[in-house]
Design a protein around this ligand. Structure first.
Ligand code: KIV
Ligand code: ZN
Length: 522
């Protein structure tokens, strides 16, 4: 077993606990299938995160399978499953991680009066007993146990001290204090860590961890305040995805500790050059574009528009830049390949972008790349990434777009003819609509026999120019379920059709799988 529990003082760095695959995946439009989760987990391994929370094994057979497969696929990071304090949860979580190189379990129960009374209908004593029971049970099989006081930031500090003391005595090795509702302010959140570390016997034997949500935009600030007050683990997600306003963003907290090492005096072991590839990969997988003004990884994060800024940066970069784009893995020259590039250079570029070339059909991707070169003079990294993830999206499909013809003329309604392969069987439909995309979507709905609500539709030119590859992302809602889809193509209507077909495939995948039971997932 690594020295993470036994010698915390000697290993003074901040552990990065990535919950993109659990808390992140839980938010609307961020669901991923097993293969996608494995893809992200491998990138997290390249990032050198310490811990991957791979899912909530007891919540559904699909989640159980994902945790198991992720546990099987990575060697570097520890792999954990979330678990409530119930017997069936603990046992499922233990089973799901039993093949992991470094397994762990994350047991949680709410400790705030509001959650205990209205959600759990349990007394303080019930909660104390349930927590101690679950940790004791898990400790019989595993020596890495994280315990979380859900809604810690709204819980009574003395009650939390009591419960933490009991679970530490029962064998918990990490104590996590979440700001579940994103309600805390940095100063008070920091004080809570100080107080508990002072009042919990044995507190120096465990790692203290912060888990912050971003409802007030303070998740990173609160996490840093916790670190300042002794936390040595931060729970976060790539691009800050997560419930409501999201979780603490991995790239922001990691780069804040690194950039302000002068004040923080401590940082993580993340390989920061893998941050940008991780951000792009996740964005492609869940079909959610990264906002341009997102710190660290947004398109504008290093763009200087104002003349006075440009002038300063040209004279001396540090006048306006506090970080180097290359330290985050942002390629200094995004113009990479063209018509004459060979297979080798293509594969090399993919690896640099964090794509697992062993699990990508390289031949197929290379053919697509050459086809794109014929349509587009300049190929950028984002074009390539979009292209291979588009390829990955298509490989496991129930519906496949075979043909699309659209026509539009002034004075007549736009018209679309679509051919889809449905489970190997080609089906055609046509429709008119308010615009070409609308006509195309109506034709596709006719074939699949569904009329889901289109909750979001966004088009982004991946790179500049009128011949740019366009990326469309959409969010569908059907029977209370939301699924995201994304598609990339040099023709926007085609990209729109691919995005819809991608979302419909995900919908199909999720309805074929038993749904998550309704439960109190934080
Ligand atoms: O936000 C929260 O409280 C959680 C816990 C399960 C750690 O996600
Ligand atoms: Zn959370």
């Amino acid at each position: 077993m690594a020295d993470i529990n036994t010698k915390p003082a000697e290993a003074d760095y901040v552990r990065i606990f990535d919950t993109t695959l659990r808390d992140g995946e839980q938010s609307p439009g961020c669901t991923m299938n097993v293969e996608e989760k494995i893809n992200i987990a491998r990138q997290l391994e390249r990032l050198n995160v310490d811990i991957i929370e791979a899912g909530f094994a007891a919540s559904s057979p699909g989640d159980f399978e994902s945790v198991r497969r992720v546990a099987d696929s990575v060697k570097g990071p520890r792999v954990l499953s979330l678990s409530r304090t119930r017997e069936e949860d603990v046992d499922q979580a233990l089973r799901a991680v039993d093949k992991a190189h470094s397994p762990g379990i994350h047991i949680f129960i709410a400790t705030s009066e509001i959650h205990m009374k209205y959600k759990l209908n349990m007394t303080r004593e019930d909660v104390l007993d349930a927590a101690t029971w679950a940790v004791t049970r898990a400790r019989k099989s595993l020596d890495y146990i994280e315990f979380s006081c859900e809604d810690a930031s709204r819980s009574d500090w003395d009650f939390m001290a009591k419960i933490c003391a009991e679970v530490v005595r029962a064998g918990a090795t990490v104590i996590n204090l979440p700001d579940t509702t994103g309600h805390a302010l940095p100063e008070e959140f920091g004080r809570m860590f100080s107080y508990l570390r002072e009042h919990v016997p044995g507190s120096d034997k465990v790692i203290w961890s912060a888990h912050c949500h971003n409802d007030l935009g303070l998740a990173v600030a609160n996490s840093l305040a916790a670190v300042k007050n002794g936390a040595r683990q931060v729970e976060c997600t790539i691009n800050g995805i997560g419930e409501r306003a999201g979780n603490c963003s991995m790239e922001e907290v990691v780069m804040a500790m690194r950039t302000r090492h002068d004040l923080m005096g401590i940082q993580s072991r993340v390989n920061t050059r893998q941050i940008y590839p991780a951000s792009r990969l996740l964005s492609q997988v869940i079909g959610q574009p990264v906002p341009a003004n997102k710190p660290i990884v947004g398109d504008n994060a290093f763009a200087h528009e104002a003349g006075i800024h440009q002038d300063g940066v040209l004279k001396y970069k540090l006048t306006y830049e506090i970080m180097k784009p290359e330290d985050i893995g942002i390629p200094s020259n995004k113009l990479v390949l063209g018509k004459h590039s060979g297979r080798h250079a293509f594969a090399d570029r993919l690896r640099h972008l964090g794509v697992d070339t062993n699990s990508t059909d390289l031949n197929k991707a290379f053919v697509e790349f050459k086809a794109l070169c014929d349509k587009k003079k300049i190929i950028y990294d984002d074009d390539i990434l979009a292209l291979v993830t588009e390829e990955a999206r298509r490989t496991t499909d129930h519906y496949e777009l075979v043909d699309l013809r659209v026509s539009s003329a002034s004075g007549s309604l736009p018209h679309a003819q679509v051919a889809l392969r449905v489970d190997g069987d080609e089906q055609r439909a046509e429709a008119v609509g308010d615009g070409m995309v609308d006509a195309c979507y109506k034709a596709i709905y006719k074939i699949v026999g569904l009329q889901p609500a289109l909750e979001r539709y966004a088009v982004k030119a991946i790179t500049g120019g009128t011949d740019a590859l366009g990326e469309v992302s959409c969010l569908l809602r059907e029977n209370g379920m939301t699924v995201a889809g994304a598609g990339a193509h040099s023709d926007i209507v085609m990209a729109s059709a691919l995005a819809l077909v991608n979302a419909l495939n995900r919908l199909k995948g999720r309805t074929a799988m038993p749904l998550k039971p309704t439960m109190d997932v934080p």
